[in-house]
Design a protein around this ligand. Sequence first.
Ligand SMILES: [Zn+2]
Length: 305
Amino acid sequence: MKDRLIRGLTKAGNFRFFAVDGTELCRVASNLHQLSPGEKHILGRLLCAAVMMGADLKNVKDLITINIDSVGPVKGAMATADCRGNVKGYLKSPMRENPDAIQYADYLPENLLGKGQLTVIRDMGLKHPHIGQIELAYGTIARDLTYYFAHSEQIPTSISLGVLLDEQGEIKKAGGFIIQVLPGTGNEEIELLEESLAKFPNFTDILDMEYDLEKIITDIIFHQFEVEIMDSMYCKFSCNCSQERFAQGLDLLERDEIEQAISDDESIEMNCHFCNKKYQYDPLYLTKYLLNQKDKSKNEAGKIQ
Ligand SMILES: [Zn+2]
């Protein structure tokens, strides 16, 4: 089944909300990155948060990135989303690359992340992206993002994010919601919502009971309010990397390094962090690349004269 995301408002304009069933996109990420159960909780929650925050962007080229740098075994994580339900992400030091850390495999996400910083970057095509940063105080991601919205954006927010695993550690359900209080909302309305959230079980347990997103929002969370669903869209794990795009990475290498690979008849490999895809640049490609570079530098020299 395709993943889906909805967003909307309560009719009196007190709250706005986002809710996502990101089960499939989290499964895709988990397979691409060969995640351990603890890692599935971290990346799954981060992807679900990013795809909901992405849905709040205005333009198709805008991007939102949530970046975590931390001292725990996985060293942090990153997720990037656009406004059309495309999201991608990775862990900075996944356990598959660090088998010595395997004893941490069953650790809670907060232990895997450890202390650090969480940064939200909104790139809206302007000269400078909008950046907000907080200390990672909880490591559960939902609570850290709640803190981020309160302190960095001054928006009272309630966030639930979850990944439900079966006995084999496979993802059964993944999803969550973001609810924000709009200006002018009275205490009475906030108390009504808090009352309903206090009784609310785990989001993923409800998804597992085959409730759809609309039903969860209108019949459970906002059962005391009138709700308007503004948008419903499919969402997916999607990486836009390509052989050509990654060739730009060759610019960062020393010329000697490339020449050495050619004379050893070896390819240079580059790895996309986001989707774990590997790109090979064989000696023939590298030879052409160096010739091209020579032409480029000739042209530049020509300009100076
Ligand atoms: Zn990629």
